[in-house]
Design a protein around this ligand. Structure first.
Ligand SMILES: [Zn+2]
Length: 323
């Protein structure tokens, strides 16, 4: 009996010792980078169409910025488990695009609450279920969700800033108007001076203007710049400082200035943009070297979109999606 008791005691001590000596979780992984305590940034795999994600520890749980595509959400879930045992309580959709919102159902099934500006839900009504069904034909991860359309955000807000007072930090959700989409939301951490911008501010040649309002875009970025942020965590491209927002604003301003002048001079679209199947593939417009970071293979189409806004007298998103 005594030997058995000693053996049991030894096993208990051993288990307790092992528990106590579990190595602490790493502060970050190769893909989930620590920005400041309790705030991580994950750059999406471009080859899989993923957007970037931000993970914010709000005390009682985690806030994830952007649902991503389902495969991006799965990758993020695996990364999160490496650095914290806290659950994902909230997922904020910065806008309605598939690479930012199509995993909404994946997150809510895992226990999170999805949240967005009311404009995100309204954009989904305009463009879905057509885009979801089109995407599900080409993406296994979207088809595997087993839904006929995107799951809209469970909670929406229209008053801004919408504030989440977490046990460990304050989070502000902003909407400065229509740039990339009618629902563009940004997440601001005022104490840490970190701004998560979605696709209204990107770091590189990633601007998609189809659902956008290029004419209004510089104004939206200008309002964001009034926040005293020091760090930008964008929807695509690497993290940076205020220069990312300043460059994004200047890029849109230069497109607007060049196309507005051509429009006033009655330059025909064909002299500005080479079209293929109605889309811009080359352009005579040249921008300054300062905004070279944002000029890529979508540039001619961005010029065409701004021209169409002037010709039709309304934002391109209204030409594409209706009022
Ligand atoms: Zn987008």
């Amino acid at each position: 009996m005594r030997i058995v008791l000693i053996a049991i005691t030894a096993i208990c001590l051993c288990v307790a010792w092992n528990c106590a000596s579990d190595p602490p979780l790493p502060s970050e992984t190769d893909t989930l980078k620590l920005i400041t305590e309790g705030v991580w940034f994950r750059m999406g795999e471009r080859e899989n169409g993923h957007c970037n994600n931000v993970v914010i520890d709000v005390g009682e749980g985690l806030l994830v910025v952007d649902a991503n595509f389902p495969s991006g959400a799965q990758a993020l879930m695996e990364d999160i488990k490496q650095v914290t045992t806290k659950p994902v309580s909230y997922v904020f959709d910065t806008h309605h695009h598939g690479d930012h919102a199509y995993a909404n159902a994946v997150w809510t099934r895992a226990g999170a609450t999805t949240l967005a500006h009311v404009g995100v839900a309204e954009e989904m009504k305009r463009y879905e279920p057509a885009r979801w069904q089109q995407t599900a034909q080409n993406r296994e991860d979207v088809a595997a969700v087993g839904e006929d359309t995107v799951q809209p955000p469970q909670k929406t807000f229209s008053q801004v800033p919408h504030v989440l007072e977490g046990a460990s930090r304050r989070v502000e959700f902003h909407h400065f108007g229509w740039a990339h989409t009618r629902g563009d939301g940004m997440v601001y951490l005022p104490d840490e001076k970190i701004l998560c911008t979605g696709d209204a501010i990107v770091n590189g040649p990633f601007n998609y203007t189809g659902d956008g309002n290029t004419g209004n875009w510089p104004d939206v970025v200008g309002k964001a710049l009034e926040l005293g942020f020091e760090t930008i965590l964008p929807g695509h491209g690497s993290s940076g400082g205020r220069e990312v927002a300043e460059g994004q604003r200047q890029f849109m301003q230069e497109i607007n200035t060049a196309v507005e002048k051509a429009f006033e001079d009655k330059t025909p679209l064909e002299d500005l943009v080479t079209l293929e199947d109605g889309a811009g593939v080359a352009t005579t417009v040249e921008l300054s070297d300062e905004v070279g970071n944002w000029v890529g293979n979508r540039f001619a189409e961005q010029v065409r979109v701004r021209f169409a806004e002037l010709a039709e007298g309304k934002p391109h998103g209204e030409i594409l999606g209706g009022p």
